[in-house]
Design a protein around this ligand. Structure first.
Ligand code: SF4
Ligand code: SF4
Length: 208
């Protein structure tokens, strides 16, 4: 689905949200119940005040406002959500949660939606974000935390950045600068208490 370009959050009312899709809406709470149970986010608590969207620093780059994504989940409009760019553009900065009067954890919900799409191996508009997300999760699974050296190397190969000499040199310079400041380790630092993490991924695998 190609969404319309963004307007400001204040300029959209519920009728316009509905008009974003040409198909008639057939509300269903099935996906809402599933998403709440699996993500642990109280999505039903949202009453559409838009405070989250008005404070989102990357809303300008989104095709749906964060509050609209919540609304789509509430209505069970899953297919529209899986094709939207907003879930990939969200930077998990937490601004929306701190502004929300009902403590709706939007970034957590966005992560849940990302995982849902990734599991289905659907083509996504923001392919590089998906690649980064998959490598990030793989790092967590392997080390119990992120090992930046491996993360960036794997990302450069998967995204094809290593074939661009200018980009490769720029990334290498950044890596060296981070190393000099003690922000980049040469060897991974494994999380010693990874038993619970393994269990978590095992459970996640069962539910997917
Ligand atoms: S701030 Fe919270 S209640 Fe308001 S629209 Fe956003 S998620 Fe919903
Ligand atoms: S966490 Fe995502 S949706 Fe929330 S304010 Fe930050 S970028 Fe926007």
């Amino acid at each position: 689905m190609a969404h319309k370009p963004m307007a400001s959050a204040e300029s959209l009312d519920d009728g316009q949200v509905e008009a974003l899709d040409s198909k008639p809406i057939e509300p269903s709470s099935d996906f809402l119940k599933k998403a709440e149970a699996e993500s642990g986010v109280n999505i039903s608590a949202c009453y559409g005040c838009k405070k989250c969207s008005n404070g989102c620093p990357v809303a300008f780059a989104m095709d749906l406002h964060p509050y609209q994504v919540v609304r789509y989940v509430q209505l069970g409009m899953v297919d529209q959500l899986k094709d939207c760019e907003t879930i990939w553009v969200c930077s998990s900065c937490q601004t929306c949660v701190t502004r929300c009067p009902n403590d709706v954890d939007l970034p957590r919900m966005m992560d849940y939606l990302k995982e849902t799409v990734a599991r289905e191996r659907r083509p996504v508009s923001q392919k590089r974000v998906l690649q980064f997300h998959q490598i990030f999760m793989s790092e967590i699974k392997t080390w119990g935390r992120v090992f930046e050296g491996s993360l960036m190397t794997r990302y450069m190969f998967k995204s094809g950045d290593f074939t661009d000499p200018k980009k490769a040199v720029k990334d290498a310079r950044l890596g060296w600068a981070m190393f000099k400041r003690g922000r980049l380790r040469l060897l991974p630092d494994r999380n010693k208490d990874r038993k619970w993490l393994k269990e978590l991924f095992r459970e996640e695998g069962k539910s997917s």
